[in-house]
Ligand binder design. Structure first.
Ligand code: ISJ
Length: 398
């Protein structure tokens, strides 16, 4: 992946923050797309190839396509044609002053727990029926109101401190003239493409990390042995293998799942690698064919999407969609849009979800989502455990 990022950021001009259309900073490099143009005409995933071809017809060979695909492929995406730019040197993860903020849980932790119970009951009724609900990923949201404008450069720098994540920001259309971005720190690679090589690294199955080293290791080991989490994970790997197989001449995944860690969460992960039969297929198209995986939606996907629509109160929009970039050869990287927030001025809407399968416990899933907010809350300068209040003791014990 290193050469991918090097290719796209060679000898390019420096830019001002205002013109950043997208930025992705992770262990393998930093890609920035700069532009003043409008987004690609917005549309559903079934018009993606046509819109990209039309937009790229008169652009330079350096042009990047980048941005965000929504959770629901029937909704409009937000993609930009942009010129690659050298990242600004100012990358200090300086403190964010957050006095006088408010955080509203939408829904409340209790209501989220209750909706997990509803999903479990639905799975119990479906049990054994072909096509019945096997897994659904339910999300909750926090509405943060800060006292002053949220500084995006500082937030990006703070999110990027964790080497296990890709910090990202994507500019969103702002009809009322107010800057709007999707900003986060995703640990999950949906699909990268470099020539004929395609890689996906799904994560599913999670545990909150502990500050005490022994307890932390124990939490990781427990996750690795958890039957419920292994089932939750296997459904995701199976779906990605099924969707990549028709595109590939070779495709492989290791037998067992491995433990991945961000600074706040343990996850089960599997690295899938394949050789594409058509190496010209753009990475954004591969991403849209894989999305949504059961890591953010469920199994079977159409039924899980219906259940999500019926249960969740706050529309996901771009959360749990995909974010990334693609160059003129179609090479690029797309990530699952999680651990993120939609930010405008002094307001941020954060989202976090958890996979529910038979055997899930509503309270544990609520704690899991609470812990998943931690990285973004801390980067905003807020208490990382703000969404765990009343669910865990002050010392972090459940
Ligand atoms: C849905 C989210 O995360 C996804 C769900 C996971 C799980 O259920 O264990 C783990 C990683 C992600 O694929 C999220 O962070 O909001």
């Amino acid at each position: 992946m290193n050469n991918l990022f090097a290719k796209a950021s060679e000898a390019v001009p420096k830019i001002s923050a205002q013109s950043i259309r997208f930025s992705f900073k992770g262990a393998t490099g930093h890609i920035v797309g700069n532009g003043v143009a409008d987004p690609l005409p917005r549309g559903r995933s079934d018009t993606l190839i046509e819109r990209i071809e039309r937009a790229c017809a008169n652009t330079s060979p350096d042009t990047l396509i980048g941005g965000a695909l929504p959770f629901d492929p029937a909704e409009a995406d937000c993609l930009w044609c942009a010129e690659p730019a050298r990242p600004a040197a100012c990358d200090r993860a300086e403190a964010i002053a957050t006095q006088g903020y408010s955080i509203a849980a939408e829904p409340s932790a209790e209501d989220f727990s209750a909706s997990v119970a509803v999903a479990l009951e639905r799975m119990r009724r479906d049990n054994g029926w072909p096509g019945g609900l096997e897994k659904v990923v339910l999300a909750r949201s926090l509405l943060v109101q800060a006292a002053s404008e949220i500084p995006l450069d500082a937030l990006m720098a703070r999110l990027g401190v964790d080497p296990a994540v890709t910090a990202f920001r994507v500019a969103l259309p702002c009809p009322e003239g107010r800057e709007r971005v999707l900003c986060g720190a995703t640990p999950e690679l949906l699909a990268s493409k470099n020539d004929a090589t395609v890689i996906s690294h799904p994560l599913a199955g999670s545990a909150r990390r502990a500050t005490d080293r022994t307890k932390d290791r124990a939490a990781g080991n427990l996750l690795l042995r958890s039957d419920k989490d292994r089932r939750e994970h296997a459904l995701v790997v199976e779906a990605i293998m099924d969707r990549l197989a028709p595109l590939c001449t070779q495709l492989s995944a290791p037998e067992g799942m491995t433990l991945s860690a961000t600074q706040s969460m343990w996850h089960l992960g599997t690295r899938i690698e394949g050789k594409l039969s058509d190496p010209t297929i753009p990475s954004v198209v591969i991403a849209s064919l894989l999305h949504p995986t059961p890591a953010v939606c469920g199994t079977p996907v159409p039924l899980a999407r219906e259940v999500i629509r019926a249960i969740e109160q706050v529309p996901r929009g771009l959360y749990a969609g995909a974010v990334g970039w693609s160059d003129a050869k179609g090479d690029g990287a797309w990530y699952v849009a999680i651990r993120c927030a939609e930010i405008s001025g002094s307001t941020a809407r954060l989202f976090a979800g958890a996979g529910i399968v038979p055997g899930s416990d509503p309270r544990s899933e609520t704690i899991e989502t609470g812990a998943k907010f931690g990285a973004l809350l801390a980067a905003l300068g807020l208490p990382a455990d703000a969404a765990l209040e009343g669910l865990v003791q002050k010392n972090g014990e459940t």
